[in-house]
Design a protein around this ligand. Structure first.
Ligand SMILES: NC(=O)c1ccc[n+]([C@@H]2O[C@H](COP(=O)([O-])OP(=O)(O)OC[C@H]3O[C@@H](n4cnc5c(N)ncnc54)[C@H](OP(=O)(O)O)[C@@H]3O)[C@@H](O)[C@H]2O)c1
Length: 282
């Protein structure tokens, strides 16, 4: 298939790594689609990418914190996109204080775990029709910092922003491994990665002090383009054809945290996640 015939959908492409991925794929002449929560930012991003590449991304508006709205977002995607060759779940955030969404899910869990698993689940019919295709979970090396607590999945008993971020990222990796076992044959490839430590707008929602630290650290961090490079590699590399259920630290295949390989723990994460999604959406 020609690259121009390939469709790629990227969440969280209005900033940082996601925007750099969209730009890179647009430069390579793929048909780029983005998911953004803010119409103004989506329009500005599409315009900027068009000016730089001559290839204008289309966009879908959706707040990924809200699980009730994800089926409708997926429906709009399915209606507009004939096929989906590359799905990149990149949108993510860290929250220093515990807060829950209107649906009662702790916010890091909602954006970093529930949203990528739920959206992927809703898009599976389109992915099935588009085989061979790839689904990429932009995870984080920080998932090593705190293993998922199956007895306190929503941080009712114990919360810290770092724990919530780490566990939400670990839960999504476990969900991706579970998708791999449910869709054997690897015609839909499920891959997770840590993109590196990248100077972006990450954590700027956490107040002036965090923004200040980010501004000080940004010059010694990777550029968004460097963070995007391994994601684009996972999306396009012919060498990865037929591989699924893997975790990468940038370009290198690595083991993720030991708990992510526990079948029992994965099953529990899967059940807790889809039970909650069903409660919200049915
Ligand atoms: N930066 C790093 O060092 C690093 C390291 C490891 C992993 N990561 C992961 O890389 C991914 C991208 O992060 P980044 O560093 O590029 O951060 P960023 O610059 O803050 O970008 C995050 C993107 O996610 C979007 N987003 C956040 N919450 C959303 C929601 N509820 N609904 C829809 N979109 C939402 C943001 O949209 P708005 O523009 O509307 O805010 C933005 O486009 C994240 O998953 C992050 O966990 C980053």
């Amino acid at each position: 298939m020609d690259k121009g015939d390939k469709n790629a959908l990227i969440t969280g492409a209005t900033s940082g790594i996601g925007k750099a991925i969209a730009l890179d794929l647009a430069q390579r002449r793929l048909n780029v689609f983005i998911v953004a929560r803010d119409e103004g930012k989506a329009g500005t991003t599409a315009k900027e990418i068009e000016e730089k590449t001559g290839n204008r991304p289309a966009y879908f508006i959706g707040d990924l914190e809200c699980q009730r709205r994800i089926p409708d977002l997926a429906q709009r995607i399915k209606e507009k996109m004939q096929r989906l060759d590359i799905l990149i779940l990149n949108a993510g955030a860290v929250f220093k204080n515990r807060a829950v969404t209107a649906e009662g899910i702790e916010r890091s869990m909602a954006v970093n775990h529930f949203a990528p698993i739920h959206l992927t689940g809703e898009l599976l019919p389109l992915l099935q029709e588009s085989r061979p295709c790839r689904v990429i979970n932009v995870s984080a090396g920080a998932h090593w910092l705190s293993p998922v607590d199956l007895e306190d999945f929503n941080f009712e008993l114990d919360f810290s922003g770092v724990k919530a971020y780490a566990r939400s990222k670990m839960a999504a990796i476990m969900g991706f491994y579970e998708f791999t076992s449910q869709y054997p044959g690897n015609e839909i490839q499920f891959l997770s990665l840590h993109p590196g430590v990248v100077g972006t707008s990450f954590s700027e929602n956490n107040g002036k002090l965090y923004s200040f630290f980010m501004s000080v650290l940004r010059p010694i961090m990777r550029s968004p383009a460097s963070g995007a490079a391994p994601v684009v590699h996972l999306a396009l590399s012919a060498a990865l054809t037929g591989k699924s259920g893997l975790y990468f630290n940038r370009f290198k295949e690595k083991r993720s945290h030991t708990l992510t390989y526990s079948k029992a723990a994965r099953q529990k994460v899967w059940d807790l996640t889809w039970q909650k999604i069903k409660e919200i959406t049915e």
